[in-house]
Ligand binder design. Structure first.
Ligand code: FAD
Length: 299
């Protein structure tokens, strides 16, 4: 048993994710700064599984929870500042919409696309999050990454991070604690309008107010996963407590009594139907965290 003043035991994780499903973390910490984070990692030692949770907007946590340490970056990781050269330095835990608004208020362009992505800076670097014609790799100068095993901190450029479509080369023990973005000067009123237009587009084209984790599958080259699912006739289809959204066919919407296992089975059922009907093997973009080995999914 690990005993440490800031490490909590058996902490429910469902409320920390957008799907609101999943079991507890055996150990949970919300370190306030780099010193705290290093202290927590030293206390748990090198042999424990570590999961970093951002805003939980791209994950499904197993109903069995996480048998390890879940780290959520605390207060001082949730701020941004502007440098003299106009680059913006943001903490790994900062919510992306807040960062987009901060940049707009400072009259700096380039980060507007983040306004509609409900993740954090760390999650965006890990996933190379993007939309509206831009992605994190385009605007990231470098990220500061802490290796949870050695507590060493390194600066990594987009090339070193191996950022590609909704992918990075980071592993589960790499914690993005800070990111520096290059931005350009822009008219504040025009930036404000951009944010409002993106927000309106999202309201019109995504199932707002539902339990989901955004796009479930990656788009295959030259096509859109949502359009493929729609063509197969699955838009709006419901199996049990999970449905394909009738607004956006790449969003899988969960009922409030859905479990993580329900979502896992549903996603793999849709994948199997699409593969059987079209030969296209869709790859999940969302991450299933924890143990799903006992959940039976279609082959
Ligand atoms: C309504 C909705 C709309 C969305 N629209 C988009 C979109 O347009 N474009 C898009 O790309 N995504 C979209 N997403 C998905 C999601 O918001 C992004 O993938 C986001 O970058 C995930 O960030 P997060 O902080 O929520 O990460 P989490 O979901 O908490 O975690 C995702 C992965 O990143 C890792 N991670 C989290 N924080 C860190 C960190 N500090 N250091 C290292 N690894 C970390 C986690 O361990 C996990 O592997 C959408 C989701 C929703 C719910």
């Amino acid at each position: 048993m690990i005993e440490h003043p800031t490490i909590e035991i058996d902490v429910p994780l469902a409320p920390l994710t957008t799907y609101k499903v999943g079991g507890p973390a055996a150990y949970f910490a919300e370190p306030n700064d780099l010193l705290d984070l290093r202290d927590v990692l030293e206390a748990v030692g090198p042999d424990i599984q570590i999961v970093v949770l951002g805003r939980g907007s791209n994950v499904v946590i197993s109903d069995d929870g996480i048998d390890g340490l879940v780290v959520k970056l605390g207060h001082s990781f949730q701020a941004a500042a502007i440098s003299r050269d106009g680059s913006i330095v943001a903490g790994g835990g900062m919510p992306l919409p807040k960062l987009a608004r901060f940049a707009a208020q400072e009259g700096r362009g380039g980060l507007g696309f983040y306004v509609g992505i409900p993740g954090s800076v760390g999650g965006a670097v890990r996933m190379n999050a993007g939309g509206h014609g831009a992605q994190t790799a385009d605007v990231l100068d470098h990220a500061v990454v802490l290796d949870a095993r050695t507590a060493e901190v390194v600066e990594m450029t987009p090339t070193e991070l191996a950022l590609s479509y909704r992918h990075s080369g980071l592993t589960d023990t790499d914690i993005v604690v800070q990111a520096t973005y290059h931005t350009h000067p822009a008219d504040k009123a025009a930036l404000d309008l951009e944010l409002r237009e993106i927000t309106r587009w999202r309201k019109d084209n995504q199932p707002g107010g539902t339990l989901n984790a955004g796009s479930v599958f990656k788009n295959p080259p030259g096509d859109h996963a949502g359009a493929i699912i729609d063509r197969v006739g699955l838009k709006g289809v419901r199996f049990g407590a999970v449905a394909v959204s009738d607004v956006h066919a790449n969003f899988m919407v969960a009922a409030s009594d859905a479990t993580a296992s329900d979502i896992f089975r549903f996603v793999y059922r849709i994948k199997a139907i699409v593969r059987d009907e079209t030969g296209i093997d869709l790859e999940p973009e969302i991450k299933f965290l924890g143990d799903f080995s006992s959940v039976v999914a279609p082959p």
